[in-house]
Design a protein around this ligand. Structure first.
Ligand SMILES: Cc1cc2nc3c(=O)[nH]c(=O)nc-3n(C[C@H](O)[C@H](O)[C@H](O)COP(=O)(O)OP(=O)(O)OC[C@H]3O[C@@H](n4cnc5c(N)ncnc54)[C@H](O)[C@@H]3O)c2cc1C
Length: 611
């Protein structure tokens, strides 16, 4: 069964809200054709392998090789044949040169159909992007091109047993051989796609320390470490002493293999330096920043699928009678979608998912603008992208996971049963809060590096944009959304106040006090952006509704909107925005209080004894 992709809302965000075709110079028909092709690929090759991949998982054999679940190879073969691997890459390198905003939409369809499969292709794409930007011409030719064509696959290797969030504690060594060639020795853990049967070579991008280059992240360099080195004909036939010593049993994404890799156990592992020595972490950040957005999208896309399943179920499941008609057993039984609490759950998942979609696609467009601009304008887009990245990652994954869980609740007990598919989405979504830098680390990045370091300049620009939006739209649509605009304005002011408070703590050297507020602060900002983007959508929808002749009174409008899908879609956009602004944004009072309180018990509390 195909995943319930939300193609209408995807197109709404791309064309009606972001006006992506004009912004990136790619016409709507071409974008549409690609979206249709992507949806077909996802329905034919990915959705059918998702549940079985979850059940069967990956298998490691004694010789260290790994077999992926049934259907994965076939899907990757087709991915390769169709050229999906090269979506964003330059055409002269065999890519399609597509804008990031469109790649975000394609990612949503792939992830929403089979998240585990996306881990192979998403990482490969990020490795190729990094090599195109940072590699030497020879490295681009030799290593990036086969990643772009998806002939080979890529990994990112940072984590070690004692170096997780603390990447600077890495112990993997690099010993110079000659030129850019180094001998690599060490063990990396939790490496996604570290070994599998879907490509003739795997290009590991590895952080390692050259002896004498000093401690911490600043002493790290970055290397291309292939599974197979190339022979005289340029074919990957020479084993490079990279051994998969184990794979993890885990909660979700069972089709995505998570490996322990031993590099150079027998002294025969070569790596090729990218860039200069000690530039490792900066260069790795090219991959990490891209992947952070992708991981946020994992939350969003899984939430979209979960919502689609829950909506269908809620329309079909008959249980109880309408609360408005009393509880008598003689009353007509109703589908659960009639119950107010079920509607609340559905609208919560819908609103959260749509807010995250808008945020992620918008961030994709900011990246496109950065690429297309020059000078100061480019720097402005880059700063905005840097600000949005931890929010996309942590907000997208956390809210996406919550939305999956809420959607599961709609199913009652059946949601907990494998057959219905939604419990897999909850399990698959959970990892997004953890990998690619935990959400706690994202929150610290946002507060300390993306807000405090520039004294809130980017945040102020974002709040200014929201302020202008409120001013411009007051009274528009016959004032129908004025109340929501006032809430948004107040919420924006609240974010400004909280940022001042936390910034003040940082300025006074109370770093622990500020850090206590980091996670609620990220959610506070994420919610604000979600409310802003959904309200922007509501105004677009109001215009369309007026054009379609919608009645103003809400009761009449509801009946009118039921007449066809387009009317219903736009009417729902307005209601979804209202719900988000009045109900979900109210969480910001609670979050702001957590950030601003003088209470420091979390720092002071004695956490023991336990008994
Ligand atoms: C399925 C899976 C796939 C993965 N894929 C890859 C991969 O492909 N490549 C790769 O390199 N890694 C990968 N990872 C590793 C992943 O990125 C790390 O697990 C993650 O970064 C956290 O590191 P850790 O597990 O060591 O936790 P720790 O760093 O030990 O963190 C434990 C807790 O402490 C918190 N914490 C730690 N330090 C701080 C701090 N300074 N301030 C505040 N809080 C802190 C964390 O937020 C977390 O809650 C993967 C992990 C999993 C589970």
């Amino acid at each position: 069964m195909a995943a319930p992709l939300q193609l209408r809302d995807m197109r709404f965000v791309l064309y009606e809200q972001l006006k992506a075709p004009e912004a990136v110079g790619l016409d709507e028909d071409t974008m549409d054709a690609l979206i249709d092709a992507g949806a077909t690929f996802a329905a034919e090759f990915l959705a059918p392998i998702n549940a079985e991949g979850d059940r069967v998982g990956c298998t490691r054999h004694e010789d260290g090789t790994v077999t992926t679940p049934p259907g994965y190879r076939r899907a990757l073969d087709r991915w390769r044949e169709d050229g999906w691997g090269g979506m964003p890459h330059p055409e002269e390198l065999g890519g399609q040169g597509l804008p990031q905003v469109l790649v975000s939409a394609m990612d949503e369809m792939v992830i929403g159909s089979c998240c585990a499969f996306h881990n192979y292709t998403g990482l490969t794409r990020a490795c190729a992007n990094m090599l195109v930007r940072r590699g030497s011409p020879e490295q681009i030719e030799t290593w990036a091109k086969p990643l772009i064509s998806a002939e080979w696959q890529g990994t990112m290797c940072l984590t070690e047993a004692d170096a997780g969030s603390d990447v600077g504690a890495s112990r993997t060594r690099a010993v110079p051989i000659e030129g850019d060639r180094y001998r690599i020795e060490g063990e990396k853990v939790f490496i996604t796609s570290g070994e599998h049967d879907m490509a003739e070579n795997i290009v590991h991008i590895v952080l390692a320390r050259v002896d004498g280059d000093g401690p911490g992240v600043k002493g790290l360099s970055i290397f291309i470490v292939p599974k197979f080195r190339l022979d005289a004909d340029g074919k990957p036939t020479i084993p490079n002493d990279v051994f998969c010593a184990g794979i993890e049993e885990k909660m979700g994404i069972h089709g995505s293999v998570t490996t322990t890799l031993k590099f150079g156990e027998n002294g025969g592992c070569e790596g090729y330096l990218i860039g200069e020595r000690k530039q490792g972490i900066q260069i790795m950040f090219d991959i990490m920043n891209e992947e952070r957005i992708v991981v946020g999208q994992q939350g969003q896309a899984l939430a979209a699928t979960a919502y689609g399943l829950a909506l269908k179920y809620a329309k079909e499941r008959i249980q109880g009678s309408s609360i408005e008609k009393g509880k008598s057993i003689t009353q007509e039984k109703v589908p659960i979608i009639v119950h107010p609490d079920v509607r609340r759950m559905l609208l919560t998942a819908k609103a959260q998912g749509e807010a995250c979609r808008a945020l992620l696609y918008k961030t994709g467009l900011v990246l496109d603008r950065e690429r297309l601009a020059e000078g100061e304008e480019r720097a402005r887009h880059a700063a905005l992208a840097a600000f949005l990245t931890p929010i996309c990652k942590a907000y997208g994954s956390e809210v996406g996971f919550q939305a999956c869980s809420t959607a599961m609740q709609v199913f009652g007990g059946y949601g907990y049963i494998t057959e219905y598919g939604v419990e897999q989405l909850v399990r698959d979504a959970r990892i997004a809060c953890v990998y690619e830098g935990t959400n706690g680390i994202q929150a610290i990045d946002l507060l300390f590096r993306k807000v405090a370091r520039d004294r809130g300049a980017v945040l102020q620009a974002v709040l200014g944009e929201i302020g202008s939006f409120v001013q411009e739209r007051r009274g528009a649509a016959g004032g129908a959304l004025d109340a929501e605009l006032e809430v948004l304005a107040a919420r924006a002011a609240q974010v400004g106040d909280v940022a001042q408070t936390l910034g003040g703590r940082i300025a006074q050297g109370d770093l622990a006090g500020a850090a206590l507020g980091a996670t609620p602060f990220l959610k506070l900002v994420g919610n604000l952006l979600g409310g802003y983007l959904l309200l922007e959508q509501a105004f677009i929808a109001e215009d369309e509704l007026a054009g379609l002749g919608a009645p103003e009174a809400s009761a009449e409008r509801r009946a009118w909107a039921g007449e066809d899908e387009e009317k219903a879609f736009y009417a729902a956009k307005v209601e979804t925005a209202r719900f988000f602004v009045h109900q979900l944004l109210s969480e910001n009072d609670w979050l702001a209080a957590q950030c601003s309180t003088a209470d420091r018990s979390a720092l002071d509390a004695a956490l023991e004894p336990l008994s």
